[in-house]
Ligand binder design. Structure first.
Ligand SMILES: [Zn+2]
Length: 235
């Protein structure tokens, strides 16, 4: 039995009505995941203090970068599909794993929507409603965004003086490779990093992505594409 089953049926109906296509769903979630892993990399390499769970801090950076990296319409589409990604993951688990370092996927779903909505409440009111952000939470989202920007904003600004770049590595060409190469290039145009950080697209035997603390390297697993396409097809 799915604990969140009823809620997800409503949610997935709304999402299916608006998700534009499988390719967009895949790229939105790849961007969201890449930005999240970048959060781990920056936290590690700049030794940033984290007052809370690091996974939450990485999620916050991911939303801030979605907000910063794209024009309004694209950012809305990316946030929408990335939220849908959390919703799809939530439907895969019978019960939320409360001991995990990541928050439950349904909570990550609402955190993403709230922060993204809080960045531009006038332009994103319809999106928040469509994605069923409750009024009780919506009230605090603008303030939540201000706190997030006050926390990550100065870090991102200071990164302009650094010398390191993201270095994309892929063993083969393809849809994911082309997208990630463009993303890495766009990130390098706007930000610098403490050191050169490899962003490797690799086959890992699982649909995952991670930042390796020892190698100081971001790995996005090739298997993610099929996993995301499967999630999209299920809704
Ligand atoms: Zn993480």
């Amino acid at each position: 039995m799915k604990v969140f089953g009823a809620g997800l049926i409503v949610l997935s109906t709304a999402i299916t009505a608006c998700a534009e296509g499988a390719d967009d769903f895949v790229t939105a979630n790849l961007a969201s995941v890449l930005y999240h892993e970048l959060g781990h990399a920056v936290i590690d390499q700049l030794q940033l203090p984290i007052f809370g769970q690091e996974e939450d801090a990485a999620d916050v950076l991911s939303v801030l970068l979605i907000n910063r990296m794209y024009d309004e319409e694209t950012a809305k589409a990316v946030a929408y599909d990335a939220a849908f990604g959390f919703s799809a993951e939530a439907s895969d688990v019978e019960q939320p794993v409360f001991w995990d370092t990541h928050g439950p996927d349904e909570q990550r779903y609402f955190n993403l929507i709230c922060l993204f909505y809080g960045a531009n409440v006038d332009a994103r009111h319809d999106l928040a409603q469509e994605l069923m952000l409750p009024d009780e939470r919506a009230l605090s989202c603008e303030e939540e965004f201000v706190i997030a920007e006050d926390s990550w904003g100065p870090v991102l600004d200071e990164m302009g003086d650094l010398q390191g770049k993201l270095v994309f590595q892929a063993s083969s060409d393809g849809f994911m490779s082309a997208f990630l190469q463009d993303e890495v290039s766009a990130l390098n145009d706007r930000y610098r990093f403490p050191i050169d950080i490899p962003v490797a697209l690799e086959s890992c035997g699982e649909a995952n992505a991670y930042y390796d603390l020892d190698a100081q390297k971001i790995t996005i697993c090739q298997e993610f594409e099929d996993h995301l396409r499967g999630q999209f097809d299920r809704f």
